[in-house]
Every structure is written in C-alpha cells, then in structure tokens.
Design a binder for this molecule. Structure first.
Ligand code: TXA
Ligand code: MG
Length: 305
C-alpha cells in the first residue's frame, strides 16, 4: 500500500477499499474502481487518537468527548482538515471525515503501513456494502491489488458520521454507534437533512443507495401480477402465519428479534435474495430504536426508486 496499492481490508463495520490517503494516484484508483463521483469524499482511517493532530487542525471539545467514548469503533467525525490530506480525498472540502477502527486486523494494517488510509466501503457506488471477503471478490475482485480476509464484519453496517458546525452536533449518517449512545455523551444531536442532492455539508446522502439489482420494497407492498414464489421476503423476528406459508425465498434477519443480529445480517440477506430466482424483495422494517434506526435507514434507501 505504501507503494500505491489499492487493497480491500476488513473493518468491524464493512470491508473498505483502502489506499494511503496521501498517495493521490492510489486514491484516484479507489474512485475509479468504485465508479464513485469525485464529489463524494472518502473517510480517512487512523491508528490512534494521537494522530488526529496530524490531519485535523481543530478538535471541538464535544468531538473529543465522542472520540474518547467510541474510538476505536464505528464512529466517524468530520473535522477541519490540515493540508496534508489531499483535496482529492475530501472532494475539495475544508473538512475531513476521520475514523479509528476497532477490528484487530485493520489496526495491524494501520500500524504496519504507518499512514492514514482513505477507505470507502468496498462496493461499486450505490450498491450493497460488503461484509465478507467473498462479497468484495465477487464485485471488485478483478480490479484490486489484493484483499485481506478478516472474516465476517461484526457490526455489518457502516460507521455513524457526526459533524460539528453552527454550534450544533449533526448526525450525518446513522450507523454502528446509536444516536442514543451518542446523546448519552454529548446531549441532543440533530439528524442532518440535506437540502438538495449536492449538499456540500453531507455529500453522498442521496435517497437511493444500498440497492440490490432487483427492486426492493417495504412490507406490506404487494407487487401486482407476480406469483408468490417470485417474491422474496426479508423478515425480522418470529415468522408470521402468512410468511410461514410463503412459497418464495425467505431470509430472516434475526429470528429472535435482535436488532444487532439483524444489522450484522442485513447486507448478506439482501445479497442472498438478490441472487435468488425472485423478482422482488419485500422487506420488514425493524423497531425504530438503537441500531434498528440505522437498519431502517438502509432499507428505506434501498427501497427508493
Ligand atoms: O464504516 C465505514 O464508515 C466504512 C468503513 C470502510 O470504514 N466506510 C464507509 O465509507 O462507509 P463510504 O465512502 O462508503 O462512506 C463515506 C461517507 C461519504 O459518502 C460521505 O457522505 C461521508 O462519508 N463523508 C466523507 N467525508 C466527508 C466530509 N468531509 N464531510 C461530510 N461527509 C463526509
Ligand atoms: Mg459506501
């Protein structure tokens, strides 16, 4: 990687497509491989908090409190950047998104390279994020220099992204750290609602995202003129009487009704059903609390036409 390689790496959230953040040719390849718009900036991964001062020129007190509470872990903080981080990485912004991951293999890679690593999720732009090495190989295998297999990602959803401006704390993306646990540290935060598609504060938050190749809709949507065996169900909790009789494919995100387990299985479930014979996926929403909120956010986006 120090020579400019682009390598898929595991993290506790999802697999990332990593390049040394200061190696602009490698970062260009990351954008090209993902077919990611140049306006959508990347997250920079660091080994430890001491390195923050090498990439950010200011760390607000509340950001420091969140860093102490949740790093290493699935939290990304958007902070004012230092010039060492190329404009390419931040898509020209004066802020950089930073995360200190918890996965032991990611931490070893960060220690060995001794460099900040820019890494978006290792999937083609707009598609489902990978939670196992096989997912990356299937989608990007031919284009990358290597992959480090760290097993199945424990959290299974991307990091929570938080920004600080106008004296407020903004939730830019729901994810692995719940809103409730962030609020228990810094008080109320606000869900940022982008004003338009190219909103400079919250890039990459378009409504349609995480999409399978067949249409996904939220239950109780009923596609017309489609036999039940061509409808796949993505369910949560004990199966209803109706689903027990369902003749199409079923993937249960968590038979016991655990939102954490459902988060871990979400992308695997969407992929499995996408590869089945079905022509539609009809998904159940989870209870709207804890990590269930982040799962529901992904399902709503996947269902956006
Ligand atoms: O869990 C994760 O965050 C994974 C793993 C690999 O760390 N990474 C990930 O990256 O989900 P990606 O590229 O799929 O999503 C990063 C998002 C961008 O779409 C953008 O919304 C936001 O981070 N972002 C990056 N830099 C930003 C900035 N300066 N200001 C606001 N948002 C930013
Ligand atoms: Mg992504």
């Amino acid at each position: 990687m120090n020579k400019g390689g682009v390598v898929a790496i595991p993290t506790e959230t999802v697999y990332g497509l990593a390049a040394v953040a200061t190696h602009t040719d490698a970062v260009k390849r990351v954008f090209a491989i993902k077919q990611r718009p140049a306006l959508d900036p990347l997250i920079v991964h660091l080994h430890d908090q001491d390195l923050l001062k090498t990439v950010a020129w200011e760390v607000p007190e509340k950001a420091r409190q969140l860093a102490n509470a949740f790093w290493p872990g699935p939290l990304t903080l958007v902070l004012p950047k230092l010039p060492v981080i190329p404009d390419l990485v931040t898509a020209g912004r004066d802020t950089v998104a930073i995360r200190i991951p918890a996965h032991p293999v990611t931490r070893d890679i960060l220690a060995l390279t001794g460099a900040p690593l820019a890494a978006p999720s290792a999937n083609p732009f707009g598609r489902v994020s990978p939670t196992r090495a096989e997912h990356v190989i299937a989608q990007l295998g031919d284009d990358i220099d290597g992959i480090v297999d760290g097993g199945t990602c424990e959290i299974g959803l991307e990091s929570t992204i938080v920004g600080f401006w106008d004296e407020r704390i903004w939730l830019l993306r729901q994810g692995g750290v719940t809103q409730e646990s962030i609020e228990s540290v810094v008080g109320t935060i606000e869900l940022y609602r982008p004003k338009h598609q190219d909103d400079i504060r919250a890039p990459g938050t378009m409504p349609r995202h995480y999409a399978p190749s067949i249409p996904l809709r939220l239950s109780p949507y009923q596609p017309s003129d489609t036999p039940s065996d061509q409808i796949a169900r993505l369910t949560f909790g004990p199966l209803s009487k109706h689903d027990q009789k369902h003749s199409g494919p079923i993937f249960n995100l968590s038979p016991q009704g655990s939102t954490e387990e459902a988060a871990r299985n979400l992308y695997e479930g969407i992929r499995k059903l996408d590869q089945s014979e079905a022509r539609w996926i009809i998904a159940d929403l989870l209870p709207d609390d804890g990590i269930g909120k982040a799962v529901n956010d992904r399902l709503r986006r996947a269902a956006t036409q």
